[in-house]
Design a protein around this ligand. Structure first.
Ligand SMILES: *[C@@H]1O[C@H](CO)[C@@H](O)[C@H](O)[C@H]1NC(C)=O
Length: 452
């Protein structure tokens, strides 16, 4: 009896101690002050199926577990992933590439950071300014919870790739055992469809390390700061299932998800009251809401830093507006949700669409009061996350071929909505659920390097 008690007490203590350590690890912020997630949970409602239709479980992938368990892991090699520039389309892909490259190398990974963008830089269309160090370690940098749910990322990788060591934080040290690298630079002649032998990455990296890094002091880990890899990792090299689910390690922050849910509810509400049109209430929890609205991405504000040169015609407001209105009227969808960071252009679209009896709505139009205030507090790139989520669920989606944002949404809808095969004709790329305007065949090839 006593023995049993002793054991169980010891277990309780051990278990609690372990739990507290894990909890602290997860909850503590880099600066070791009051955990942000906790402070945050006090003022915000916890996600429920009612207030957050974009919540999803951790990635639970046996395909990834298989890759990770058959990898030889090297505790003296660590990669950082801080060069995740651009809008959400680029940032998502860039972080996912880093994780894949880390797994490929059997290396540890420091939790990614996201450099802030300068709105002026976006409107002026200037690309890189400032040197590498400034960009990577300058003051304008946030942790990944700037956009994503960090705990979800960590826990998903624990579940599906438990061998991968995640390092919470790393200082910007200099050392002759540390250097930055653009992963694809170790490969030559890369076609638009991506690196041809991604499995050679590990060996190529080790050769590069031997060539450029000091062998001493051997006790110190080798650190490789990954530069942003843009559309070069062929995602289907891991098989279709993993290609389609790997992106689930990234989930947007709960406040963004809840805000997007409110936008959907707002659209559904106005939809129900649409005068003279008999429409049924839509259940906003379905993956694709049909019938509901056509979501469009007015992608005129930021055609910079894309890999391809911008298609002249569809980079302008007029061509996008005309294509979107035509698609809405052809599909007989009376409500259009427009995603844009440019309110004057949104208002222009509202006017033009009205002539065709298409009612245009947008997040600033739907969110009122406290919700509008919360939206206004977000940065330009964070507000785009709300649009991203809303666009995933529309009955149809229309976007532009030169935008990684549009591509991300089309590919994600394709995967969640089980769309038909996609086809390209006349620079228009469509599957059963989405249409992109201004698409060249090389863009379609590159889309095999974007994780949905
Ligand atoms: C681990 O990485 C270090 C640094 O790159 C390298 O010197 C060592 O050979 C690697 N070990 C294995 C087993 O790959």
């Amino acid at each position: 009896m006593q023995l049993g008690n002793g054991i169980s007490r010891r277990y309780v203590i051990l278990f609690s101690a372990g739990f507290i350590v894990i909890w602290l690890w997860l909850a503590m912020d880099e600066d070791r002050r009051l955990p942000k997630t906790i402070a945050w949970a006090i003022g915000k409602p916890v996600s429920t199926p009612e207030n957050d239709v974009f919540d999803h479980p951790l990635l639970d992938s046996w395909e990834l577990r298989e890759i990770c368990s058959s990898t030889e892991w090297n505790s003296s090699l660590i990669l950082t992933c801080d060069d995740n520039r651009g809008g959400v389309g680029h940032v998502r892909n860039s972080i996912l590439n880093c994780v894949r490259f880390a797994i490929g190398a059997g290396a540890g990974l420091v939790l990614p950071n996201i450099p802030l963008r300068d709105v002026e830089e976006m409107t002026a269309g200037a690309a890189d300014t400032g040197d590498d160090i400034e960009r990577r370690h300058g003051p304008g940098r946030q942790g990944m919870d700037y956009m994503f749910d960090k705990n979800h990322f960590v826990d998903s990788l624990r579940k599906s790739c438990p061998e991968l060591v995640l390092v919470r934080h790393m200082e910007a040290t200099t050392s002759n055992r540390r250097r930055s690298l653009l992963p694809e630079s170790l490969f030559s002649n890369i076609p638009a469809s991506g690196i041809e032998q991604p499995e050679e990455w590990r060996d190529r990296l080790n050769i590069w390390i031997e060539k450029y890094m000091s062998p001493e002091p051997a006790a110190e880990p080798v650190i490789v700061d990954l530069d942003q890899s843009v559309l070069h990792y062929p995602i289907y090299s891991d098989g279709q299932t993993l290609a389609h689910t790997f992106g689930d390690i990234l989930k947007f922050r709960p406040d963004i998800r809840q805000m997007a849910t409110k936008v959907l509810k707002g659209i559904a509400h106005s939809h129900d009251h649409e005068a003279g049109i008999a429409v049924q209430t839509f259940d906003i929890s379905s993956p694709i809401l049909n019938p509901s609205f056509i979501g469009v991405h007015l992608g005129t504000e930021n055609p910079l830093a894309e890999r391809h040169e911008v298609d002249v015609m569809y980079s302008h407001f007029e061509a996008q507006a005309a294509a979107y209105i035509e698609q809405a009227t052809t599909s007989k969808i009376p409500i259009m949700y427009v995603a844009s960071g440019n309110l004057p252009e949104v208002n222009k679209l509202v006017k033009e669409a009205k002539e065709w009896n298409v009612e245009v709505t947008h997040k600033e139009d739907v969110l009122q009061g406290k919700d509008a205030d919360a939206l206004a507090k977000l940065t330009w790139d964070q507000r785009a996350l709300v649009d991203y989520l809303v666009l995933l669920k529309g009955q149809e989606f229309a976007g532009v071929g030169h935008s990684s944002f549009s591509w991300n949404i089309m590919l994600k809808r394709h995967q969640i909505g089980d769309g038909a095969g996609a086809s390209l004709g006349n620079e228009v790329y469509r599957d059963g659920l989405s249409t992109l305007y201004g698409v060249r065949s090389s863009y379609v090839e590159s889309s095999g390097c974007m994780w949905p």
